[in-house]
Design a protein around this ligand. Structure first.
Ligand code: SAM
Length: 285
């Protein structure tokens, strides 16, 4: 069944009485080149299991299932159930879990369904939970090798921006701390049904198996980063002083000790420099 064919999709919808729910970010892929590419570049192959978030009619699910040992997909919309029973009928290595991914214990799900196999996450993410899903996978340190996701183009640019460069933000710092992000390819808005107002891009986050930074206190490290970017046009010392209730004079010493100029702004610092700030702030206590 050619699930990128508009006629096939419309027929499925009509027979099963399905209609799009815009608030769930339901823009389904109809460009036949995209899903095989996500599966290939996402590392789907024999010996690997895939976790998908948001099946739609199963267009990406099929490509993952063709290549991986096993696919588990989490989909919130139970209205897609009869459609998926039809579109995935030929695959005995796919299981769809109908649940809200944000309410799902993904660590337990991965352990239960995949055991010790190598796991990748592949998804065309609903735009309204792009960052929370990505940050959950990273912060919960889920045992996955890589996360290959389609997101809005602007979000992809922000996520992939390197700390210490103009476009970076708190999100890019978080992503770069846990992974090596790569922009894979762009996907224009005409590749979806219905067509969204913006273009998209597929990115891959290769999870760091070991962290090269020696962060002494992760909670404080991320608090510093969030405070710094909360007023990105200001010199970091100002928001940091307020957030941590440390005098600017003490912070000035911390900056000197860390080899960072006192006038630095959030986007100028690398993760190693944020880590140095964290270490030297801890030594004040
Ligand atoms: N993978 C399909 C494709 O590429 O055509 C569908 C992608 S569509 C952008 C996003 C999918 O995520 C929809 O099927 C939507 O119902 C599902 N979804 C939205 N919110 C979700 C949530 N909180 N948990 C699980 N699935 C969700």
């Amino acid at each position: 069944m050619q699930l990128t064919n508009i006629g096939v999709i419309k027929d499925l919808f009509e027979r099963h009485g399905f209609s799009f729910t815009k608030s769930l970010g339901q823009n389904f892929l109809i460009n036949p080149a995209v899903c095989p590419k996500i599966a290939e570049l996402g590392g789907c192959k024999s010996g690997v299991c895939a976790l998908e978030i948001g099946t739609g009619v199963g267009v990406l699910t099929q490509e993952l299932a063709k290549r991986c040992d096993k696919v588990v997909a989490v989909e919130i919309d139970t209205g897609l159930k009869p459609i998926l029973e039809e579109t995935l009928a030929d695959f005995d290595n796919v299981e769809v879990v109908f649940a809200d991914v944000m309410e799902t214990d993904l660590k337990s799900l991965i352990a239960e369904k995949f055991g010790n196999s190598e796991v990748v996450v592949c998804a065309n993410l609903p735009y309204y939970i792009t960052s929370p899903v990505i940050m959950r996978v990273l912060e919960e340190r889920l045992p996955v090798k890589a996360l290959t996701v389609m997101v809005q183009k602007e979000a992809a640019d922000r996520i992939c921006a390197k700390p210490g460069t103009r476009d970076c933000g708190a999100l890019s710092c978080g992503v770069s701390y846990y992974s090596d992000p790569k922009m894979l390819f762009k996907v224009n808005r005409g590749s979806f049904m219905p067509s969204p107002n913006v273009d998209s891009a597929v990115i891959r986050l290769d999870i760091k198996q070991e962290n090269d930074l020696d962060v002494k206190d992760e909670k404080l490290f991320f608090r510093i980063i969030r405070a710094a970017f909360s007023q990105r046009r200001k010199q970091i010392i100002n928001p940091l002083s307020g957030e941590l209730s440390i005098s600017k004079a003490d912070l000035a010493e911390v900056f000197d000790k860390s080899g960072i100029k006192q006038t630095a702004r959030a986007e100028e610092l690398t993760l190693a420099q944020y880590s140095a700030l964290c270490t030297n702030i801890l030594s004040l206590r």
